[in-house]
Design a protein around this ligand. Structure first.
Ligand code: ARG
Length: 474
């Protein structure tokens, strides 16, 4: 009888299975599992937060007598070494170790040996990653707040300088009423102020610590969750351990705030694109923020503004991606949730670029006052001022004044004249009581100067708004 060749024995378990949970596994992961499962390329950005969380946890384990003082000291020292290695670019990340948590712990074991194995007492990667991620988002919100504040400062500075510059104010992108450029810029200061408020609200609401929730149910060890929460700058521990490891609404809320801020940035970017076009000619972007064309030598393209506008789509996409990932998940943790980090990192990176590029463009742009003021007089933009004058001087009801003004505008149009260029006689054909006084309200500058209501466009009001904005935002 011929003997069939034997199938090769499975590789010995101990060497190939995962060092952190190899106990119940015989074989190593398939390559494709490793490829889909590993997150280290993304979540290595959490290293600082991960090590801070581990230090707080280790100190708590010592303080509560769960681990020995000597083990705790070795762990803390080892963690600091790991932190310095990563910060200094001297750390070899291993994709086989899946994520930042296991990379750090495995290196700690190399550095200090057996005590490293005690760090994960009363902890799971589920509460660990939730803690790291909250810390990261909290920092990102703080950084974004400073960047938005700098953008507001540049807008306020330019508004102060442009408080008297007359430009057309638009509705439907049609000249509506004359406004001041300073007033227009201050509108964005308000939007970015609310964006900062949303980010502050989000940072305050996320400031509860998941650490100590364990995998989902808490732990049987006598841990001190209030202690670790305080050590990491959280206001309190998360109240419910299952919520602590399941919740990602802090990230969704941050992404929503980013998406809304991005829409504001996109709108000012769109205006910069329009204003800097030859057709408008309201502003000139500096060379530092203009690109040329490889074919058309005359071109000065506002690429940075276009990309700010473009990235708004991507930032909104990040919110949609995470919302879609989370919406179907039964409690508590599922690995789907590892997909939470790429959109958040990407959105904050993109937003930071957008805010800083916008600040640069606002600081550098050169204003063409003449073009703005000339455009402010087109489209019979002072028609409302004429109607208001008819109400004030002749006591007409506004509806009637509106009708009379409409007829006068039509007369101007028929003659191909601007409203202010129409003669008194021409106006009197329509309303005999009109006097030469009316011309006092028909120029764009007079029109803007007359809008002195609170928050209005008159330079006097704009200066007051600037003073208040400095108090409120800077
Ligand atoms: N890398 C994982 C993540 O980012 C860490 C948590 C893993 N937890 C687990 N039960 N497999 O979500």
């Amino acid at each position: 009888m011929s003997r069939k060749p034997q199938a090769p024995e499975p590789a010995p378990a101990k060497d190939s299975a995962n060092p952190l949970w190899g106990g119940r596994f015989e074989a190593a992961a398939a390559d494709i599992l490793q490829a889909i499962n590993a997150s280290i390329d993304v979540d290595k950005r959490l290293y600082d937060e991960d090590i801070a969380g581990s230090k707080a946890h280790a100190e708590m384990l010592v303080a509560t007598g769960i681990i020995a003082v000597a083990d705790g000291a070795a762990i803390l020292q080892g963690l600091e070494t790991v932190r310095q290695e990563i910060a200094g670019g001297r750390f070899a990340f291993d994709v086989g170790l899946e994520d930042i948590h296991m990379n750090v712990e495995a290196r700690l074991a190399q550095l200090i040996g057996a005590p490293a194995g005690r760090l994960h007492t009363a902890r799971s990667r589920n509460d660990q990653v939730a803690t790291d991620f909250r810390l990261w988002v909290r920092r990102a919100l703080e950084r974004t707040d400073l960047e938005l504040k700098a953008l507001q400062a540049s807008l306020i500075e330019r508004a102060e300088e442009q408080a008297d510059t007359i430009m057309p104010g638009f509705t439907h992108l049609q000249a509506a009423q004359p406004v001041t450029f300073g007033h227009h810029l201050l509108a964005y200061v308000e939007m970015f102020g609310r964006d900062r408020g949303r980010m502050r609200d989000c940072a305050a609401r996320l400031n509860e610590c998941p650490l100590g929730a364990g995998a989902l149910a808490g732990t049987s060890f006598p841990i001190d969750r209030h202690g670790t929460a305080t050590a990491l700058g959280f206001a309190a521990p998360c109240e419910n351990s299952m919520d602590a490891v399941s919740a990602r609404d802090f990230a969704l809320e941050a992404l929503a705030a980013c998406a809304i801020a991005a829409t504001h940035l996109s709108r000012i970017a769109e205006e910069i694109v329009l204003w800097s076009s030859a057709q408008f000619g309201f502003i000139r972007l500096s060379d530092r923020f203009t690109t040329g064309s490889s074919m058309m030598p005359q071109k000065r393209n506002p690429d940075a503004a276009e990309l700010v506008r473009g990235k708004a789509g991507r930032i909104l996409g990040a919110f949609v991606a995470l919302a879609a990932t989370m919406k179907g998940l039964a409690l508590t943790y599922s690995k789907d949730m590892q997909e939470d980090k790429p959109p958040v990192f990407d959105a904050f990176d993109a937003l930071s670029l957008c805010v800083r590029a916008s600040e640069g463009m606002v600081r550098d742009l050169v204003v063409n006052r003449d073009a703005m003021e000339a455009a402010a007089g087109t489209g019979h933009s002072t028609a409302t001022d004429l109607a208001d004058w008819l109400v004030r001087a002749l006591g007409l009801p506004f509806r009637e004044a509106h009708h009379v003004t409409g007829r006068i505008v039509r007369a101007a149009e028929v003659k191909g004249l601007a409203l202010a260029a129409l003669s008194l006689d021409d106006m009197r054909v329509i309303e005999p009581r009109v006097t030469a006084d009316v011309f006092g309200v028909l120029t764009p500058a007079r029109s803007a100067a007359s809008r002195t209501s609170y928050g209005g466009t008159a330079p006097t009001q704009v200066r007051k708004q600037i003073a208040r904005a400095k108090e409120r935002f800077l």
